[in-house]
Design a binder for this molecule. Sequence first.
Ligand code: SF4
Length: 204
Amino acid sequence: MNGVSFAAAGAEIGEMSSRYRSAEKFMALCRDCPSYGRNWACPPFDLDVGDYLKKFDYAYVFGVKIVHPAEAVREAVTYEKFMEYSAGVFRGVKGVLSELLRALEEKFPGGAGASAGCCDSCSLCARGGGRPCRHPDRPRRSLESLGFDVGAISEDMLGTRLLWTKDALPEYQMFVNGFFAAREDDAIMNAIMSYLRGWGACPL
Ligand code: SF4
């Protein structure tokens, strides 16, 4: 059984950008990712990210921490086992968080969601085949693809250090999402926390 906990915080976009955004540093990391140029929610973008962020005034970030069962951590000690186990967790958590982002986008016009990782709304992104996005209203760029230091955001704003590992399942994984809003609004934070609290248990 997975343990689930949540945290959320908010900051003005300008403050978030000056504290946590380093476009050059994170673009270099994105270039090494297999999704670079193959997913419409990943760089390179056909927009100026600085101009894109100017459309918003306030950013909400929220993290879901999944603590894996000790037995799974003991057993998933190779890259293959780690990927096999975490792919299921990732899909489940991302599906639930996608619903939250969609609800926020509908309820608070002018806002935009930022997902954990690249967009996987389709089984294979149309960009790889040189075709336009099948759901142009749906691709949500991740915080890291926009140049934000998600590790620092998670640690400073959400109180959880990210555990980086490629070859074995870590004790826990933290999924950090964001919602860029036209303005600060307590109703947005209330909606986020109310949705997350209603989760109750890992959907796996
Ligand atoms: S909605 Fe589909 S085509 Fe568009 S970015 Fe996401 S995976 Fe790619």
